[in-house]
Design a protein around this ligand. Structure first.
Ligand code: NAD
Ligand code: UDP
Ligand code: UDP
Length: 319
């Protein structure tokens, strides 16, 4: 049994990861400042003697004893990471320094939840790990994109300078149960709008593309990355390579929810990437992994979750 720290453990991906780590027989310390995560996401785990929740902000030092660290703490949705952009950069950069300092002191293995945003609005398609990306350093998305890029730099410098065992995964758009209904990301927005009968908000002309990975596939891959040999650092892309336009996504959600909602068009946010699809050859080869849940099935499960949460007052879809 390992003692595993999950920062951002009360968030969408973190809470599912905590569950899976417990199922695998580990002792889990879930750490979160509850900015975008919630206690409700992990309430069902708190009775487990191998599970512990701690309120903490990773921009401050943390002294605990652990064997492995999954560093997921960071708001991931544009509306949330742009709410307090300076805090987003601090979380990405100071947070990474603190977690790497912790890993160094206790000789823990540490995995960074990086992002496809490090590729920016890409000129190479699909995106391979060797591509350096095309990121605006001064735009509204930069706090997140550049914060995550700097965090990668820190991971590789701690590896070169201090011999820390690091793993960097670049996560492409991931969706599933426990996304916050007001999260602002496209899958949760469209499902909530469709279930409420509200207009479906397409930003731009809807021809921009994304590749959507179901949460369980992503969490499985992250755990496989943590289990790789010490000389495997990544970065490794994790995502589902099936690519859809945002318009196709809207149509699928409308069909699966049988919703009367209409499509409306809103301005495209600045620096919104035109296309995104992971090249996952490295993940296939190193992890013997590929996504197993395709978009329609994943959407069905996620729609089921949002139908259920609509009955929970604190997440009520009204308003
Ligand atoms: P999320 O917002 O649900 O989870 C982030 C969690 O981190 C939340 O629980 C939040 O309260 C916590 N947090 C934020 N700042 C913190 C701080 N300073 N100290 C402690 N906790 C803090 O988002 P998610 O989708 O679960 O994303 C998890 C990680 O995966 C993030 O690092 C994100 O950048 C990365 N990621 C996610 C996606 C995706 O599509 N879901 C894609 C690429 C990368
Ligand atoms: N740190 C932490 N927990 C630890 C060890 C370090 O939070 O168990 C923080 C510490 O506050 C420091 C940062 O991690 O600012 C980087 O630590 P490192 O040892 O690499 O650097 P230094 O302390 O020499 O600046
Ligand atoms: N998007 C949209 N309507 C929404 C929310 C998002 O058309 O209600 C678009 C957004 O402009 C982007 C894509 O969907 O092109 C994915 O947005 P999201 O915020 O989910 O993720 P990211 O842009 O970080 O990939």
């Amino acid at each position: 049994m390992k003692k595993v720290l999950v920062t951002g453990g009360a968030g969408f991906l973190g809470s599912r990861l905590c569950e899976r780590l417990l199922e695998s027989g580990h002792d889990v310390l879930c750490l979160d400042n509850f900015f975008t995560g919630s206690k409700a996401n992990v309430a069902h785990l708190t009775g487990d003697p191998h599970f512990e929740v701690m309120r903490h902000d990773i921009t401050f030092p943390l002294y605990v004893e652990v064997d492995e660290i999954y560093n997921l703490a960071c708001p991931a949705s544009p509306i949330h990471y742009q709410f307090d952009p300076v805090q987003t950069t601090k979380t990405a950069v100071h947070g990474a320094i603190n977690m790497l300092g912790l890993a160094k002191r206790v000789k823990a293995k540490i995995l960074q939840a990086s992002t496809s945003e490090v590729y920016g609005d890409p000129l190479v398609h699909p995106q391979v790990e060797s591509y350096w990306g095309r990121v605006n350093p001064i735009g509204v998305r930069s706090c997140y994109d550049e914060g995550k890029r700097c965090a990668e730099t820190l991971f590789f410098d701690y590896w070169r300078q201090h011999n820390i065992r690091v793993k960097v995964v670049r996560i492409f758009n991931t969706y599933g149960p426990r996304m916050h209904p007001n999260d602002g990301r496209v899958v949760s927005n469209f499902i909530v709008q469709a279930l409420k009968g509200d207009d479906i908000t397409i930003y731009g002309d809807g021809r921009q593309t994304r590749s959507f990975c179901y949460v369980d596939d992503l969490v499985e891959a992250m755990m496989r990355v943590m289990a790789t040999a010490d000389d495997f650092t990544g970065p490794v892309n994790i995502g589902n390579p099936n690519e859809f336009t945002i318009m196709e996504l809207a149509e699928k959600v409308l069909k699966l929810t049988d919703s009367p909602s209409k499509l409306i068009f809103k301005p495209l946010p600045s620096d919104d990437p035109q296309q995104r699809r992971p090249d996952i050859a490295l993940a296939r080869e190193t992890l013997n992994w590929a996504p197993t849940i395709q978009l329609e099935e994943g959407l069905r499960r996620t729609i089921g979750y949002f139908r259920d949460t609509a009955r929970v007052p604190q997440f009520a879809l009204a308003g």
